[in-house]
Design a protein. Structure first.
Length: 196
């Protein structure tokens, strides 16, 4: 049986929003808490959250029980640094983990069922990367087996793990979500999400 961890990436500043994006109201909670609740409901063994910008305010607001925060002091360097920090943390404190599923705090339409489908696909193909199919590209949510951890540790910059997905395309299984996976990157996108 694989030993899985899920990591919600929530370290970004969200500079295009006029307030702290992670704490924006969404369905009687916040964007971040919604993402964490979704993650906690999956068939994973451990749930982590990478924080960076606004980490003090977010921690003051509180995280759900059983979520372990990981601080990325280099959050300005982009998503790659958050992924690297998370994998280094897991390697040190949870060396038994066999795969990691990354998801984003600002994709509120991602469901527990979809994340569980990715985990199930990984159990059927334990050496493959499982990523989300966006039609013209693949991206997060994405699951990486342990054999990619060293590569993930060396990531930096804004593009996250896209370089690994591109270089190892033949080892990627792309899963197509049955929903429009929108990122809340702008006030307009946030208003659109609220109307759905």
């Amino acid at each position: 049986m694989s030993h899985s961890a899920i990591i919600v990436l929530a370290a970004g500043e969200g500079s295009r929003m006029q307030q702290i994006k992670q704490l924006l109201p969404y369905k009687s909670t916040t964007l971040l808490e919604h993402a964490l609740t979704t993650a906690l409901s999956t068939q994973t063994n451990h749930t982590f959250c990478v924080l960076g910008a606004h980490s003090l305010e977010i921690l003051e607001h509180g995280l759900p029980n059983n979520v372990i925060p990981i601080e990325n002091i280099h959050w300005k360097e982009g998503m790659g640094s958050s992924i690297a920090v998370a994998i280094k943390y897991l390697s040190q404190y949870l060396p038994t983990v066999s795969n990691v599923l990354f998801t984003l705090a600002d994709q509120p339409l991602v469901t527990t069922d979809y994340l569980n489908l990715m985990l199930k696909t990984s159990q059927e193909h334990p050496s493959s990367i499982i990523a989300t199919n966006y039609g013209t590209s693949i991206g997060v949510p994405a699951l990486f087996p342990k054999r990619y951890f060293e590569m993930l540790k060396s990531l930096q910059g804004e593009t996250g793990a896209k370089s690994i997905l591109k270089e190892h395309q033949s080892e990627v299984i792309a899963v197509t979500p049955n929903f429009e996976n929108l990122d809340v990157d702008t006030p307009k996108a946030y208003q659109k999400i609220l109307k759905l």
